[in-house]
Write a protein that binds this ligand. Structure first.
Ligand code: NCD
Ligand code: ZN
Length: 344
């Protein structure tokens, strides 16, 4: 098989940033996907419906005229979030979901949630109106080893949250562990997970191969090989509980290659090419369309995209950087050639 045509996919987790970076990166996501769930962790974060509407228009302005790409906006939950505003934003179609960042878990999460019970009134409203809660599922307790933070989050926080709100729609974002996979498989139809291309492709050793490699550092951090294999099995299984969310998270090269480098992998330019690589290696290309274009939209209650995209086995060369000088960003697979190429 040398070409693959699938229904236009969606990205259910992306960081499009703001300002100059937004202008530089939005086109890559818009070229690959029909829609994307846009993360609200700007500085300052996107909290209110009005802020989400403003951000949405900045995204539209960053795209070429006539772009059909649809950004799906999210609200960043804080302990002071206004449930009336969130309900209004959802009912009016401005907001698609709310994002829960445990305070301090990742980039720009300092305004996130310290005590989960403080957002229970908002979660009750979301459960009632069918609005999905997207979770960065890592505890922030410094006593917990960084490689255990996802498993401990599930055990300490997520089980409690689900017991309190059994009908709440939840997406456990960017899962990285067999614990995450097992938890999702065992839970009800209102709970699903996204999986990134990078967590499918490398394990934690990639960060230390011959020296420290900051471009493989992201959060949640890559885990040991057995976890990667579990996540690969889940993604390529055909199960509707696991779907595509790239977590493309660009940072300037200088901010990554630093004494205190930022977390994030910029995979937007080659996201579908990367997923196709994994699905082909697992002899599961026939499940790529469900993972990329059907299961996520169905979970969110969105209509499926009408169009198609074509991948061809013609070789996709990835540059070492996008942008110049201080604005350079190093992409996932920098300097490599991937077998599959998105041609339209
Ligand atoms: C993300 C970012 O840079 O905004 N970083 C990352 O490593 N994934 C934040 C996040 O999703 O955790
Ligand atoms: Zn993210």
């Amino acid at each position: 098989m040398d070409s693959l045509i699938i229904r236009t996919p969606d990205d259910f987790h992306v960081h499009l940033r703001d300002g100059g970076m937004l202008g530089a990166v939005a086109v890559f996501t818009a070229r690959q996907f029909g829609r994307a769930i846009v993360m609200p962790n700007l500085e300052p974060p996107v909290i209110t419906t009005e802020q989400a509407l403003d951000y949405k228009s900045r995204i539209a302005a960053a795209l070429p005229a006539g772009s059909a790409f649809v950004p799906l906006m999210t609200s960043y939950l804080t302990e002071d979030s206004d449930s009336d505003d969130i309900e209004r934003g959802f009912v009016e179609g401005v907001l698609t979901a709310c994002k829960l960042y445990p305070a301090g878990a990742t980039t720009n999460s300092s305004r996130g949630v310290r005590e989960i019970e403080k957002v229970y009134p908002v979660l009750a409203v979301m459960e009632r109106i069918g609005m999905p809660l997207l979770i960065h599922g890592e505890v922030t307790d410094p006593e917990i080893d960084i490689f255990d933070r996802e498993a401990v989050f599930i055990e300490r926080i997520l089980t409690k949250l689900i017991a309190a709100f059994p009908a709440l729609k939840i997406v456990l974002e960017h899962i990285t562990t067999s614990d995450g996979v097992g938890f999702i498989e065992a839970s009800g139809g209102n709970i699903a997970a996204t999986i990134t291309p990078h967590h499918l492709e490398f394990n934690r050793n990639a960060m230390f191969q011959g020296g420290f490699r900051p471009h493989f550092y992201c959060l949640p951090i890559a885990k040991r090989e057995s976890h990667r294999l579990a996540v690969r099995r889940a993604a390529t299984s055909g199960s509707a509980k696991f779907f595509l969310g790239t977590d493309s998270a660009p940072h300037r090269q200088g901010a990554k290659e630093s004494a205190c480098g930022c977390a994030g992998v910029f995979n937007a330019p080659c996201a579908l090419e990367s997923y196709a690589k994994t699905f082909e290696e697992e002899n599961a290309l026939h499940h790529l369309e469900a993972f990329a274009s059907v299961s996520g939209a169905t979970f969110y209650g969105l209509p499926l995209n009408e169009g198609t995209i074509t991948l061809e086995r013609s070789g996709c060369d990835i540059p070492f950087t996008y942008g110049e000088g201080a604005d350079a960003v190093v992409p996932f697979h920098a300097g490599e050639t991937l077998a599959w190429k998105l041609i339209s």
